[in-house]
Structure formats: structure tokens, C-alpha cells
Design a protein around this ligand. Sequence first.
Ligand code: NAD
Ligand code: UD1
Length: 337
Amino acid sequence: MSILVTGGAGYIGSHTCLELLNAGYEIVVIDNLSNGKLEAMNRVSELAKTDFKFYKIDLLNKKALETVFSENNIEAVIHFAGLKSVNESIETPLHYYHNNITGTLVLCQTMREYGVKKMVFSSSANVYGIPENVPVTEDAPLKPTNPYGRTKLMVEEILRDLYVSDNNWSVALLRYFNPIGAHESGRIGEDPNDIPNNLIPYINQVAIGKRDKLNVFGKDYDTHDGTGVRDYIHVVDLAKGHLKALEKVISTTGVDTFNLGTGVGYSVLDVIKNYENTTSQKIPYIFTHRRMGDIDKCYAETTKANKKLGWKATKSLEDMCLDAWRWQKNNPNGYAK
Ligand code: NAD
Ligand code: UD1
């Protein structure tokens, strides 16, 4: 039996593939490589010292997806494939809704046809919108403020409806907070295609000399130092959370939601200071205006995942900065040669 990983050539997917292989699972990966990299798959294979099947296909291509299900004995699906930029989703909402929602519908239809009813889904803390309280619990109001977040919420609802229609389904909805860092080998990591939007990829490029300074978006937030506070989680901790969620969906039925974060919030200035101290790289920065859509603070209540999945993030912000920098230093151009 194999675990199908959609979007496995991407950032979180590649780290999860490695953890799955290390834990002895057989995996099959599909990715259209719109944002993922084939080289990530080669390196996962090299690190795990084992091979696995990779199909370059698009989720929207039902015929191709059927081939994957007919050629492999799939037990469960970990569904990462999706587009993830908030800004892009505002500019091209139809593209986002089609890719993230239709793609998931095609996947679920195919799963149902082949009797596969177990799924771990990549949702996002974005579904909470502007949280009324922190730490955010899973039962907080869901009111995403952009098309990207709405695609995640809609897919969550589709999966809940699917379970209502057929109680044999088993689904874990994982709401990630801010995944950062890289595998400690420095061989796999986050490889943004354009100018990075997110904090750590941008800091990495300042550290390596690709950009001269970081723009800190806003210094008048209601936080301990005026800069935005987030729950940064090491991508390997996050990947391990998927294995726990997988064990749960394989052994039960139902739909359940879990926050995957550390439960601790750090400000932008905390992250800069930590990155500088752990890597000995200077990160010049200036304060600029707030970024549209940003919130002051967001961090997770993680008790539910701790108790029901038996999972807890273990890596520190120091680990995250050190591993992010190792990846950047060893791969100045990401996966490109
Ligand atoms: P990523 O872009 O690195 O990985 C997503 C992968 O899906 C890419 O390799 C891409 O090529 C593939 N893909 C996209 N559409 C596809 C399609 N139609 N068919 C086949 N493959 C397709 O992103 P990531 O950071 O690894 O995120 C993985 C998932 O987690 C995404 O669904 C994302 O929305 C979600 N998520 C990410 C974050 C984050 O901060 N990285 C936070 C919350 C949720
Ligand atoms: C962003 C997305 C969110 C997505 C997450 C992970 C927005 C509004 N939200 O969240 O949907 O799930 O990325 O992909 O885009 N910052 C700077 N300078 C920078 C970059 C970031 O000061 O160059 C600050 C931000 O203002 C924020 C913090 O760093 O306070 C973290 O930003 P980022 O890494 O982009 O994550 P989120 O804003 O939490």
C-alpha cells in the first residue's frame, strides 16, 4: 500500500515525503511542477536512500490521475497541491478557485472511484482571517479575507460535506501557521520563484547578498515591539505532524481540524535578532508602511494536536534560523544548478 502525496515536489511536501520514507512508508508523488522542483524529488530520494514513483501531472487532469490510482495501490492521500500566494489570489481569483477547488474536487472524485477515502489536507491559519483572540483555537470564527484563504475554507467545507454523505471518509484538516526553516542536511528547503513575499525567504536573500536590506512592514502594531507577531514553525516539525495525522486518518473515520504551530509568537524584530545571533549574518533593515492585509498577531493554540495527534513542535526559533541559513548558503540559487 502507498501514500499518494499531491504537491510533493513543493516546500512542505518534499520535507513530508522524506519523513514518510524515513518512517518506512511507500509513497507515490504527483506534482505539475508549477512551483515544485524535480531536483527536490531527487534529493529526497538521495537523503532517504530509496526510490519512489513521481508523476508530473496536473490534478485537473482526471484521466492522468486515474492512471496513478490504477497503477498503484493507494491507501491514503496527503493533499498539498495548491497555489499559495495571497497577493496572486487577489489578482487572479478564478485561477486560484479553479486550481485549488476544482483540483481537489477532481482528486476526491477519483479517490471515491478507487475506494480511497482517507485524506490529510493542507489548510491554513489564513482561514481565521483577523483572529479575535490569540492563541487561536480551532473553533474560532472562520472569515478569511482573501481568495486564497477562501479556497482553503471552501475545501474544508467540501470535505466535511463528503463525510456527511459517506461516513467511511476520514479526513484531517491541518491548519498551518508559518512554516519556515529547512531540513538539517541543507539539501532541501524553500525555493521561491520570484522576489520572496515571506519573511524568512527574504531574510535569507539579504543574508546571501541578493538583496541589500529587509523592509519591515510596519512598526505600530499592537505587539511588544510594534512589529507583526507570528507563530513560526519548523518545516520538519510540520512534516512530522502529517505522519501523526496520517496515522489518525488511517485508523479512524470522521473529519477533524488541527492547528499546527508552536503556540509561541515572535515579532519581526525577534526573528531578525535571532537570525543574526544564530547565523552571524548581519540583516540590515528599514521600517516601511504596513503591508495590506497584514494583521498584528496570530499564533496557535496547539493543545488539540498535542492531545489528539500526540504531536508537538520541538524545534526552536534558533533551529529554524540556522537551518534556513544552511539551506540558503549551500544553495544560493535554490535548486537551480
Ligand atoms: P509549494 O508551492 O511549495 O507546494 C505546492 C505544490 O503543489 C507545488 O510543488 C506545485 O507545483 C504543486 N501544485 C500546485 N497546483 C497543482 C496542480 N493543479 N496539480 C499538481 N500539482 C500542483 O507550497 P508549500 O509551501 O509546500 O505549501 C503546500 C500546501 O500547504 C499548499 O496547499 C499551501 O496552500 C499550504 N500552506 C502553505 C503554507 C506556507 O506558508 N508555505 C501555509 C499554510 C498552508
Ligand atoms: C503570509 C500570508 C499567509 C500565508 C503565509 C505563509 C499575507 C497577508 N499572508 O502570512 O496567507 O499563509 O504568508 O505563506 O500575505 N514581513 C516583513 N517584511 C517582509 C516580509 C514579511 O516585515 O519582507 C513581516 C510581515 O509583515 C509579517 C511577518 O513578517 O508581520 C511574517 O510575514 P510572512 O512571512 O509573509 O507571513 P504572514 O504575513 O503571516
